[in-house]
Design a protein around this ligand. Structure first.
Ligand code: NDP
Length: 332
């Protein structure tokens, strides 16, 4: 076991609300790994929109106080009893789990993966959750084929930029939506064939014009409440509306009859249910990491914020100021 201090920095919530409920502490006890767990010293922590949902109360925290965060990259500094799948102290790893807004996190070995030695520090934390989301969306939520017309909302966001790149690799025709000209440029650079600024353009008219009146066979909508109706208008006959997030708020209940006119498939997937088994997690991660190693993926980091400035990170993400991934550095 590497030398581990008694206390650490961490960010937790004791109640739900705005960014004022984020509490940065420097005296949080470091947890001890239990059966099948490893203790990871985090180097970079991924910020994801889901962290804001737990903070705001859109998703229920399992208890209070609750340390936020679903992913990080770091080094194994201790292993617990039981089967830790061969992980050793000193291994460079990334994981999907809970309580990652901290210097140290205990996490199940089963949800942990080794980081290739060729990776720049921070790449795995920047790519894991959103990259696996993008991969599972284009493979399983709707198996996108070469030549398909696909619509990606928030195309310059963390997940959006990775989706655009994957779709380009597949050979799909991607239409992205974004809110600013700068984001439009970025989405194009990352593979979107057409970009529509949904702040002022008529998205439905543009999509129909671009697709010759057909609409898109798959819509990947992580924006949620404000785009759901639009997505339904833009989806092609026999197409899939994949509603995978709530950046603008949760989609209100939908009447099933609204799907009849075009025989639409409606799905609300979560990454967790695509990578439940060890084989699913490692299979998709190997594919993702191979993409990155071949330089096929441009993993854009918007900014690395000191952990102590977590409020600013959440504010920037929620106010649509960011493009690509936000990271936290727990050493600061
Ligand atoms: P992003 O980096 O994409 O940030 C969200 C983007 O959404 C913004 O940049 C903004 O882009 C757009 N947006 C539109 N309306 C709003 C609004 N009212 N408030 C804030 N943002 C808005 O975040 P992530 O990549 O982390 O997540 C994207 C979505 O994917 C989220 O809904 C998230 O929950 C979901 N997700 C779901 C997963 C799953 O398993 N189902 C896994 C991972 C992510 P613009 O300014 O261009 O409109």
């Amino acid at each position: 076991m590497a030398s581990v201090p008694a206390d650490m920095k961490a960010v937790y919530i004791s109640k739900t609300g705005g960014t004022e409920v984020l509490e940065y502490k420097t005296d949080v006890p470091i947890p001890t790994p239990t059966d099948g767990e490893v203790l990871v010293k985090n180097d970079f922590i991924g910020v994801n929109f889901i962290d804001t949902y737990f903070r705001s109360g859109l998703y229920a925290a399992p208890h209070f106080p609750y340390i936020l965060g679903r992913e990080a990259e770091g080094t194994v500094v201790a292993v617990g009893p039981g089967d830790v799948l061969g992980f050793n102290v000193g291994d460079r790893v990334a994981y999907l789990g809970e309580r990652s807004y901290a210097e140290y996190t205990t996490t199940p070995a089963a949800k942990t993966v080794k980081v290739p030695s060729s990776f720049k520090l921070g790449t795995a934390a920047a790519a894991l959750l959103q990259g696996l989301t993008a991969l599972t969306l284009v493979r399983e939520a709707h198996n996108v084929k070469k030549g398909d017309w696909v619509l990606v909302h928030a195309a310059a966001g963390g997940t959006g930029l990775l989706l655009c790149q994957l779709l380009k690799a597949i050979g799909a025709n991607t239409i992205g939506t974004v809110s600013t000209p700068k984001k439009a440029e970025l989405a194009k650079q990352n593979g979107a064939n057409h970009v529509i600024n949904y702040s002022h353009e008529d998205v439905k008219a543009k999509v129909l014009e671009i697709t010759g009146g057909q609409g898109c066979i798959a819509i990947f909508d992580g924006v949620g409440k404000s785009t759901f109706d639009l997505s339904l208008e833009c989806v092609a006959r026999k197409g899939s509306l994949i509603s995978f997030g709530n950046a603008s708020g949760a989609v209100p209940p939908v009447t099933i009859g609204r799907l009849v006119a075009k025989n639409v498939r409606l799905m609300r997937p979560s990454l967790v249910s695509y990578i439940t088994t060890r084989e699913e997690l490692t299979g998709y991660t190997e594919e993702l990491f191979a993409f990155i190693e071949k330089d096929d993926f441009n993993v854009r980091v918007h900014e690395t914020y000191p952990l102590s400035e977590v409020k600013r990170a959440h504010e920037d993400l929620e106010s649509r100021k960011t493009t690509g991934k936000l990271l936290l550095d727990p050493s600061k």
